[in-house]
Ligand binder design. Sequence first.
Ligand SMILES: [Zn+2]
Length: 337
Amino acid sequence: MAKLSSKKHSQTHRCIIYGPPKAGKTLIAGKLAEFYKLIWVDMENGHETLFQLPEAWQDNIELINLPDTRSYPIAIETVLKMVKGPVSICEEHGKVGCMLCKRELSTAQNAIADSDTSEKEKRDLYDEYLTDVNLPALTHESVVVFDSLTQLTNSAISHITKNESDEYKLTYDDWGNLGKLLDIFLSHIQQAGYNVIVISHETEAETEGKKKTLVPVGGTRNFSRNIAKYFDHVIYAERKNKKHVFSSSTTYATTILTGSRTGVAIEDANEPSLLTIFKPELYGDSLDPAIAEGTSGARSSAAGTVNSAAKSAVTANTGAASKKSTSDILARLKNKK
Ligand SMILES: [Zn+2]
């Protein structure tokens, strides 16, 4: 039997960062490349922002580009395969086991087979066509970034309705299937042995007492309202006075869903950084970057008084959600569309 104290500080973190466009979500996640190996699953073609990082940090980021569109919704298919096991993804289509690209690679390999080709050249040729990735084998030294859950949701919807016309209205079963697909993805990353960052946008959801609250987008409004339960940290990003502002404590604002299971209040740091979550030992009690080592214990007990984690907010929301009638939810979904 494991002692509770040994379970207290989980080695990995699951974060969702959400907010409006241009709020600095990509960059704050990318900065983790200073200390971690990042696998960046880009469904938004948003990786250009990462070129602002020092080159040495960029070397720690492996980019997997998934060119997801309405007519080619590849992201949901590839991401679900990625979280389950080792895969080989083609550069051109973002597809697992792409026969077209495998054939092209093999033609190219045959063309250089007889010549005096080094192992490195062979490897480079392979890398031009395919990326091998094995997420379940990753450890706490890696961070996998999914950018974004909004696009993954769109991809799943396009996938579910791929044989329908543009006029098509999603049925109750379609929305149910969307929820199932997203649940498979989120459940896998919830159990992952690596760190996870999911980037998303914001939507307004009604919680208990008809209060409007901003929550991360993921699936239907109903599903979005409960999405925080899959994460340890729910971080809101916004622009205030031309600055990027981030918040993670439960008490930050009553109309914005935020929370941190380890009690981190990212808004208290001098410079907003995810290291307040990933490497709290770099910070003292005040969340100013500190040189002191071994302060993580003090840090978490100090913050313990600040909040009681995202889950409590979420539990309240779930209760409100289940009281809503199905037809009500569907009606609102149709309006949204
Ligand atoms: Zn391909």
